[in-house]
Design a protein around this ligand. Structure first.
Ligand code: ADE
Length: 263
């Protein structure tokens, strides 16, 4: 009887114990489409209103999801993800507005550091950005959150040897540096110049720093990979619509390359 109880307990825990997975996240359908299509043994489960695609990609156990647009959706999705899956790391893939004068549509920006550019204080002197707040209240010391150094190195190495989709006949370039996140689709020459000067940011998007914040809090290694769909300038909306497809493909190719590069 005792033996049977031990055996049942063992079987119960075996069923419960989920192997660690690599989380792959995008914000839009276009950003994850090619990855869903390339997955094997896909099982879709819904948790907290989010569809999670469990399966294999390049032989690695992954869980793929669409976070939705903006910092709140990204933070919510990351929280539901981390509550329901054992993760070894998180890789974000998607598009961004390029801020570096030479970062053109199709180019890659690998996020070395993430910053929330719209978190701060407005007074008569204007806007002052503040460091992230800890869950317990106090401020973090640094304005920026660094990606996992090993994942960053692997991403840059893979990006250098990956064949990317040319856009407008131009071979895409690879940049590594700061990504500035805010709840704003930036379509303004002035705002784009401010982000580049103020934060040394190479690209802007709407989710990365929120995900980085949660990963840092929970100790999950992460990296944010983006490909430029536009230049965050006055023409950004038009360029975004034109280039979101090929730029998403370029970013997703790096993710597949990263998975292939792992043992
Ligand atoms: N994602 C892609 N382009 C963007 C932009 N210009 N601003 C914010 N997020 C973006």
């Amino acid at each position: 009887m005792k033996r049977l109880a031990v055996l049942l307990l063992f079987v119960f825990f075996l069923g419960k114990a989920e192997a660690q997975r690599i989380a792959i996240m995008g914000a839009l359908d276009q950003e994850i489409a090619i990855l869903i299509d390339s997955m094997r043994s896909v099982k879709k489960v819904n948790k907290g209103g989010i569809d999670f695609y469990k399966g294999k990609l390049k032989g690695k156990k992954i869980v793929l999801l669409k976070a939705g647009v903006g910092k709140v959706n990204a933070a919510y999705s990351t929280a539901i993800l981390t509550e329901n899956f054992e993760l070894s790391m998180l890789i974000f893939t998607g598009v961004a507005g390029g801020l570096h004068p030479e970062a053109m549509p199709g180019d890659l920006v690998i996020g070395e550091k993430l910053v929330q550019f719209d978190f701060g204080q407005v007074d008569s002197a204007g806007f002052t950005v503040s460091p992230f707040r800890k869950l317990t209240g106090g401020r973090h010391e640094d304005l920026f959150i660094a990606s996992d150094p090993a994942l960053l190195e692997r991403s840059a190495r893979v990006a250098d040897r990956t064949v990317l989709e040319p856009i407008s006949g131009r071979e895409p370039r690879v940049f590594t540096g700061v990504i500035a996140t805010g709840d704003i689709f930036v379509s303004s020459d002035e705002k784009a110049a401010w982000l580049y000067e103020e934060f040394d940011a190479l690209a802007t998007e709407m989710e990365g720093a929120a995900i980085a914040h949660i990963c840092r809090t929970l100790g999950i290694p992460f990296v944010i990979i983006r490909s430029c769909s536009d230049n965050a300038n006055n023409h950004a909306r038009m360029n975004f619509n034109q280039f979101v497809g090929p730029a998403s493909v370029n970013s997703a190719r790096i993710v597949m390359g990263i998975l292939e590069d792992m043992e």
